[in-house]
Every structure is written in structure tokens, then in C-alpha cells.
Design a protein. Structure first.
Length: 246
């Protein structure tokens, strides 16, 4: 046997012994193309949105209701990650599995909202049911998540919605762990909250690195150290005594 044939035989044996190399890279899909809002639609009020170098910038407007930049696609099971920076005076959120239907409150956006809260309550990462039941998973018992929020800096969200379970993390700290089956799918939305009449318009919130996994998200799901809150079949939710937002 020649040296060349010997090398070939050894390579063949190695291939069958160890098998093909597995690529475990997560199949992320970026939801912003870097320059435009293609694939997104504004619903609700008259706040404005634009993209600069891959960063979505939402700006408050006077005398208008909550405004949402929403994906044209609907998503059921997924893992969503993004970064955001918010003005300390603003309240905002990320809509998931949300909808706008003419048969429900004249098309008002409704559904699960992952809270963005720079106030002293610091409930960023909690889950609110927009235009429906109110707070589902406030951060009343998660001080680590409350302390994880960084004022006037970029913050990172990880949101997992798989089956009847929604889990969130803020800057790697577990924030919410909800069991609920009200809505199985819907759009993703970036909220610019309405402002009081005496407040000047023009305040901004920014989002970037918005990416999603829809291909077998269960494979990439993470465990949460929190105890789940089960709100299945609850028509109404008892509101917390403090930190109520609308």
C-alpha cells in the first residue's frame, strides 16, 4: 500500500469513528436590515420611528395614544434578544404575541408586554397584559432583576416564549417566569408610550441588535432560577399595590 493510500484510509476511519462536525450555532434571524423599517408597521398613536445605523429610534409625540412599531410577521414559539436604551422619564415595553383586531377595542394593540421601566420601581422585564388583564408577572419578588437595570445605558433583554411559558432576563438576571395560555401567537412590537399633556414631546427610546430564533427554539431555551407564576384561565389579575402603569 502506498503512503498516499494509507493516509486516505486513516482519514476515512477517522471520519466514520468521530462522525461529521456538528454546528451548534444558534439560527438567529435579525429583524432590522440595518437601514430601513421594511417588514414593520406603525400601529396606534402618532409617535415616530426611524433607523440609524441599525438602531431603531422612537420619539414621543404630543396628544396621542401609545404607539407601536410592529412586525408584519406573527410569531408563536421563539427566543427574542435585543438591546435598548431609554430616557429615565419614559415608560415603554416590548410587545410579544400581540394583535390588533377590528373586533377588539377598535383595533387597539393588545397582548403580552415585557416592561421597560426606568422608574424607581425598576420592573423592567416584568410581564404586563396590554389592554387586557394588566400585570401578570410584576417584579415584586425579584430584587436581583430590579438591580440589574442600568440607567442611561444600553440594557439587554432575552425573552423566551415557548408553548404556554414566557421567561425573561434583563442583563442576564432572571426577571419573569410566566405560565399563561391567553394568546399563542402574534406580532412583536416596540412601544413608544403616550406622554402627559404637560410634558414636552421629543423624548427618545432606542433599540438595536433585535434578533429572533424560530427554528426549534426549545433546543436553545435556558433554565430559569425563578418559581413560575401560573395565570392560566385567569380572566382578571389582582393589581399590585404600587408601580401600576398603563
Amino acid at each position: 500500500m502506498t503512503i498516499k493510500k494509507s493516509i486516505l484510509l486513516l482519514l476515512t476511519i477517522a471520519l466514520f469513528s468521530f462522525g461529521p462536525t456538528k454546528n451548534n450555532k444558534a439560527p438567529w434571524i435579525h429583524l432590522i436590515d440595518g437601514n430601513t423599517l421594511n417588514g414593520w408597521t406603525i400601529l396606534g398613536g402618532n409617535a415616530t420611528y426611524k433607523v440609524e445605523n441599525g438602531v431603531v429610534i422612537g420619539t414621543t409625540a404630543a396628544n396621542t395614544s401609545n404607539t407601536f412599531l410592529t412586525t408584519n410577521n406573527h410569531y408563536g414559539d421563539f427566543i427574542l434578544e435585543l438591546d435598548y436604551k431609554v430616557n429615565p422619564s419614559m415608560n415603554s415595553g416590548i410587545q410579544i404575541r400581540s394583535n390588533s383586531l377590528p373586533t377588539y377595542r377598535n383595533g387597539n394593540v393588545h397582548g403580552y408586554q415585557v416592561e421597560i421601566d426606568p422608574s424607581k420601581c425598576a420592573w423592567s422585564g416584568g410581564i404586563y397584559d396590554e389592554q387586557r388583564r394588566g400585570w401578570l408577572n410584576p417584579l415584586t419578588d425579584t430584587p436581583k432583576a430590579q438591580k440589574a437595570f442600568k440607567q442611561n445605558e444600553w440594557n439587554h433583554f432575552r425573552i423566551e416564549a415557548i408553548g404556554d411559558t414566557i421567561k425573561t432576563w434583563i442583563n442576564k438576571a432572571p426577571a419573569a417566569y410566566l405560565i399563561d395560555n391567553k394568546t399563542a401567537s402574534g406580532f412583536i412590537g416596540l412601544q413608544v408610550h403616550s406622554i402627559p399633556k404637560d410634558k414636552k414631546a421629543g423624548t427618545q427610546i432606542r433599540w438595536k441588535n433585535i434578533k429572533i430564533i424560530t427554528d426549534n427554539p426549545f433546543k436553545y431555551s435556558r433554565k430559569s432560577s425563578l418559581t413560575p407564576i401560573d395565570t392560566k384561565n385567569n380572566l382578571t389579575i389582582k393589581e399590585p399595590k404600587t408601580c401600576h402603569f398603563v
